[in-house]
Design a protein around this ligand. Structure first.
Ligand code: AQP
Length: 341
């Protein structure tokens, strides 16, 4: 099965990213999937950002992806801007995406509210995301729940393109984890955990020191009552039960019965401890990998080469289907290799 998923390099990565993203990526390797994981640096420039930070955070994220279990022998990890087909295909797909569809994207509305300058890129971002996915003839996209609307848009765009120009793209399906697909902010459990959209105290960063993690869980907002049970009117404790579940692999019912009558205080301490234990080996691997940027760059260059090879046939098929006169080099876009004349 062909898998693709993209992750933004800006903003510190957090427990939500691990639960909805990284954890699922590593699982694709155990299933023997043919997986591509893309550091989507081009998406990161759609909101205000610092160029020097982008450069550093791109390598930070590469180290984090390998530290959370991606094996360069089994998965292709690469940087989006190293594969020009992504931006080229995005322009082409813009013709099959409507203004109305983009205007309905809730992530655009949420992020636009937080920006003083709303870039055109923030609005067209889902077209680039559709290109990312469709170029690889992707069967499944492992993501968190927040990406559902974008994946549906990618499917709609693919269907429209196929109907207009003939079968070109595989229609991708979304895979979200049954548990932990939407980890909520520890301080404001009605909104998702996020480095840009959440609270600093309610966002557990992958690189937080153990003491910081413990403190964040101790001060997590809980609900009225004292039962450790999932319920609609208990968003805080429900979120903590899910976090305990993904951190330890224990079924949620088991957690509820184990903490029956224990009270919120003891439970919060234990969830904090479980997360500290989860993060410790990841942090150790991360620091080791991050200390060797040349090796990271080497692995990413290898990934980009594989990604260019895998995406180019789709880009060329798009160009042919859309009626472009091919250049004498055989490629209007993509790697400029001379055509065999
Ligand atoms: N709170 C979350 N719970 C579960 N999954 C989540 N993801 C993000 N937040 C949660 C998933 O993480 C993967 C990588 O996401 P990303 O880093 O590319 O960007 P994002 O979705 O925009 O995450 P952030 O940190 O919340 O970014 P900002 O701050 O920009 O809003 C994706 O699979 C995502 O679903």
């Amino acid at each position: 099965m062909r898998i693709f998923s993209g992750i933004q390099p800006t903003g510190d990565k957090h427990l939500g990213n691990w639960s909805g993203g990284f954890r699922q990526y590593a699982a694709t390797q155990d299933r023997g999937d043919d997986a591509f994981f893309c550091i989507v640096d081009l998406h990161s420039i759609t909101v205000e950002y610092d160029p020097e930070e982008l450069r550093e955070q791109t390598l930070d994220l590469a180290a984090m992806l390998f530290a959370t279990g991606l094996d360069p022998e089994r998965s292709t990890v690469f940087i989006q801007s190293h594969v020009p087909a992504h931006t080229e295909a995005a322009w082409l797909l813009g013709s099959a995406t409507s203004f109305g569809e983009l205007r309905r994207m809730t992530q655009f509305k949420d992020k636009a509210e937080r920006q003083e300058f709303i870039s055109a890129g923030l609005f067209t971002y889902p077209v680039l995301q559709a290109a990312d996915i469709l170029l690889y003839q992707t069967d499944a996209v492992p993501v968190g729940e927040d990406q559902r609307q974008h994946i549906e848009l990618a499917r709609d765009v693919a269907e429209r393109f196929n109907a207009r120009h003939g079968e070109t793209f595989t229609l991708p399906a979304m895979i979200a984890p049954e548990v932990g697909g939407r980890i909520m902010d520890l301080q404001e459990p009605e909104r998702k955990m996020s480095t840009t959209g959440g609270t600093p105290q309610g966002t557990v960063r992958m690189l937080d020191e153990p003491e910081v993690v413990r403190k964040k869980f101790k001060s997590a907002v809980t609900d009225s009552g004292s039962e450790v049970l999932r319920a609609d009117d208990k968003p805080g404790i429900t979120n903590l039960i899910e976090i305990m579940g993904v951190a330890t692999g224990e079924p949620l019912e088991g957690i509820e019965s184990r903490y029956d009558g224990a009270g919120y205080g003891a439970f919060k301490t234990d969830v904090g401890e479980a997360v500290v234990e989860l993060l410790a080996p990841i942090q150790a691997r991360y620091h080791e990998l991050r200390s060797d940027p040349r090796e990271l760059q080497r692995l990413l260059a290898r990934g980009a080469e594989k990604a260019r090879e895998a995406s180019d046939p789709t880009l060329q098929a798009m160009l042919d289907a859309m009626g472009f006169v091919r250049s004498e080099f055989g490629r209007n876009f993509g790697a400029a290799r001379p055509r065999e004349l």
